[in-house]
Design a protein around this ligand. Structure first.
Ligand code: FAD
Length: 412
């Protein structure tokens, strides 16, 4: 019944799966990717962060992306009423990439997928993983193709990059509640016909409407722009059940963007995703790893999702290659602990965003350039640099600084 045998079977051809596949193939492992949908397909997650550029480079996938002329992202702007805080990735504490892109994911993910096919990797679209049976560290995976024909694949290792599909967490009952408060989101694309000329037209921005409610505006190089709102699920559910009405009502609350997007039609009925944060009880086990959204997703606020997806995809590939070459790998330390360290830094930033403490630091005047450079390194994805006190002491530095600033303000 087994029709194919591979070293690594990757579930899902999103950024996580493609980066893992690219790196494994480059290093001579036999790899197959199965993808449930047909590309291009829509997925949300359009604002990248600079550290992810290192992952595309390592996987041999940077050149194909460079050729696409995606909109370059040099930083990020946060707006609160009349207050503005602009981060510039070229002015950050940790060395590394100074820019990245803001991308329509259908095009971006399709570029990655077509490139790994071009390199000779076996990627099967419209093929869904239905079941996995482990025998020690190897496994038999049952997939169904678009005709509904079942096939079995044997693999030495599985990288589960199935994103919101969460294949192994479902099959192995690994789902765990997230530590992030329950938030939901509504989003769509528009033809940005009133886009201002110059930087203002292309700047990625986050407009804070209330401490816990914010709007994203992500302009793409193709003239369309992504707009979305994030807020507590209880708030999102007070809006009209008609998602177009609901998103228009929220945009109308933005003093900064109301005029630019007034009367503009959405290119598709706005999507709604409720309570998107998720976690797992473990990130790996005998014969498999969970990467990207199949493992943990925090919140869109600092655009960390795709970067963690590619970081974990790349690390899984690197560690498995070592094992394939007969080296011992301590998966708990080298994979789980490493990934959790980075995720925990971002988790603190997400939580402190919604308490308002981080916003206190962002909008404090006069700006403290040293603090800003250190926070900027975190926002660029350099969350493993323990030389940065805003990484090393993440669990109290923001809260303590906000406390001091708030006390100073009330004493004035
Ligand atoms: P995906 O990109 O989801 O790819 C997984 C693939 O697996 C899919 O193509 C799917 O079809 C396939 N699959 C699923 N099940 C199966 C199966 N059974 N068999 C075969 N294939 C399967 N992140 C950012 O970095 N920046 C942002 O601005 C951002 N904004 C966001 C806004 C919102 C509202 C939300 C909810 C998330 C946002 N994210 C953002 C997170 C981002 O969407 C994800 O972190 C990212 O897409 C994860 O990539 P991935 O490769 O893990 O999974």
């Amino acid at each position: 019944m087994i029709q194919e045998s591979v070293d690594v079977l990757i579930i899902g051809a999103g950024p996580s799966g493609c980066v893992a596949a690219g790196y494994l193939h480059k290093n001579n492992a036999s790899v197959k990717v199965v993808e449930k949908t047909k590309f291009p397909r829509f997925v949300i997650g359009e604002s990248l962060i600079p550290r992810s550029m290192e992952h595309y480079e390592a996987a041999g996938l940077l050149d194909c992306l460079m050729a696409q002329n995606f909109e370059k992202k040099f930083g990020a702007r946060f707006i609160r009423g009349n207050e503005v805080c602009l981060f510039d990735f070229s002015d950050k504490f940790t060395e590394g990439w100074n820019w990245t892109w803001q991308v329509p994911r259908a095009d971006f993910d399709n570029t990655l997928a077509q490139e790994i096919i071009r390199k000779g990797i076996d990627l099967e679209f419209e093929t869904e993983v239905l079941d996995v049976v482990f025998n020690g560290t190897s496994s038999i995976i049952t997939v169904s193709d678009k005709e509904g024909t079942l096939k079995q694949i044997s693999a030495k290792f599985i990288i589960d990059s199935s994103g919101y599909g969460r294949v192994l967490p479902r099959l192995l009952q690994l789902d765990a509640p997230s530590s992030i408060p329950e938030n939901s989101s509504l989003f769509a694309h528009v033809i940005d016909s009133k886009r201002p000329a110059g930087t203002e037209g292309t700047l990625i921005s986050f407009d804070i409407l209330e401490t816990k409610v914010w709007l994203w505006v992500i302009p793409f190089s193709n003239g369309t722009t992504s707009i979305g709102v994030v807020g507590p699920t209880a708030f999102i559910n007070t809006l009209s059940p008609d998602t177009a009405e609901a998103l228009k009502a929220v945009i109308n609350r933005s003093d900064f963007y109301r005029d630019r997007f007034e009367g503009i039609d959405f290119l598709f009925t706005p999507h709604k995703i409720e309570n998107y944060s998720c976690s797992v009880t473990r990130l790996c086990g005998p014969g498999y790893t969970l990467t990207g959204n199949s493992s943990e997703f925090l919140d869109p606020v600092f655009s960390s999702g795709v970067c963690f997806a590619t970081e974990s995809g790349l690390l899984s590939a690197k560690l498995f290659l070592r094992e394939l070459n007969g080296e011992a790998v301590d998966w708990d330390t080298e994979y789980t602990e490493y990934m959790r360290r980075g995720v925990n830094v971002f988790a603190t930033y997400v939580k402190e965003w919604y308490t308002g403490n981080l916003q206190t630091l962002f909008f404090h005047k006069p700006e403290n350039p040293d603090v800003k450079r250190k926070i900027c390194a975190v926002l660029a994805g350099y969350v493993w640099d323990e030389e940065n006190p805003f990484v090393k002491k993440h669990d109290n530095v923001i809260r303590n600084m906000a406390y001091i600033l708030n006390n100073e303000k009330s004493a004035q």
